[in-house]
Design a protein around this ligand. Sequence first.
Ligand SMILES: Nc1ncnc2c1ncn2[C@@H]1O[C@H](COP(=O)(O)OP(=O)(O)OP(=O)(O)O)[C@@H](O)[C@H]1O
Ligand SMILES: O=P(O)(O)O[C@H]1[C@H](OP(=O)(O)O)[C@@H](OP(=O)(O)O)[C@@H](O)[C@@H](O)[C@@H]1OP(=O)(O)O
Ligand SMILES: [Mg+2]
Ligand SMILES: [Mg+2]
Length: 322
Amino acid sequence: MEFVLMMVCSKSILHTSSLLVTVIASMLVPTALSGNSSKGILFIAVDVKQPLSDQGPFDVVLHKLAGKEWSQMIEDYGQKNPNVTVLDPPDAIEHVNNRQSMLEDVADLNLPDYYGRVTVPRQLVFTTDPSSIPHEVTKEGLKLPLVAKPLVVDGSAKSHELFLAYDKVSLAKLEPPLVLQEFVNHGGVLFKVYIIGEFIKVVRRFSLPDVCKRELSKIAGVFPFPRVSCASASADGADLDPKVAELPPSPLLEMLARELRLRLGLQLFNIDIIREYGTRDLYYIIDINYFPGYGKMPDYEHIFTEFLLSLEQSKYEKVLVA
Ligand SMILES: Nc1ncnc2c1ncn2[C@@H]1O[C@H](COP(=O)(O)OP(=O)(O)OP(=O)(O)O)[C@@H](O)[C@H]1O
Ligand SMILES: O=P(O)(O)O[C@H]1[C@H](OP(=O)(O)O)[C@@H](OP(=O)(O)O)[C@@H](O)[C@@H](O)[C@@H]1OP(=O)(O)O
Ligand SMILES: [Mg+2]
Ligand SMILES: [Mg+2]
């Protein structure tokens, strides 16, 4: 079996050490350049300025690009080539690149709770007039502290600039569009669940420390905080309180990943999950990221390759059945 993948990513992504670069460096380019199409995968980098049909045919489109023009190009290509697999459809990506819509599907999930309950923190969206924020927050009964997050995630550093707010008055200093999300104490550790099709891998990362009532009553203001749970903040192997460190049960993660994959219409994403401190099984999803840096995921080369091969295998099986 041989199939052709087309890869596209923006310059900004190429400059960060994301999966695309890591994979190109370690797996794809050698495969494509050497002509040794081991496992049958041929990767072709695409020039987005040229028509796609002049560069194909492709079996799979793998990309992390946004924008109307690009979405249109992919849609047109898909219409002319109904057998192409787009990873992932631009409208599904856009849905999770907005911090309001990304969590809506989780809130609607209604999973059975044998292995634990999964929910999302309460949050409000503000698109204009920051002076109304304190009043709205009081009216809606959101509890402090609050995490302020830019509404749209667009791959820029600014869309990851978050603030922790300790009092309501200071909220008027924030810059909409943003979401204000209730902060949930979780013992300073979060679970990052990587999803690649049907495959799941969970890792522990350090996170923001808990905020106690005393601290809340003594501090006022909104404070920026750095990317606390980035890859360098791996908490796997750290000496942690076992109650905090215990991973969410696998059946819960499997059920959650399956449901989200279907609802979101995505194959490549990760989820940030925290467990409320002092509970055994109350989980909050606080973030979903499209096509995250898989290069940091243990054993990603093997998993990603198997995933790509499974796409073609399932197409082949469908043809046999039809
Ligand atoms: N509601 C919350 N309760 C407790 N901690 C939170 C909450 N929201 C965010 N955090 C902390 O802030 C970090 C950053 O928040 P979030 O994951 O939403 O931002 P991000 O910029 O999208 O991050 P990523 O790099 O994963 O894309 C989380 O990893 C977690 O440590
Ligand atoms: O840069 P990293 O490898 O950390 O990957 C991060 C990725 O950046 P990249 O796409 O430039 O790789 C981010 O994408 P944008 O929102 O900025 O588009 C986002 O998905 C983060 O959640 C990823 O961090 P992780 O969740 O995997 O810890
Ligand atoms: Mg996150
Ligand atoms: Mg995120």
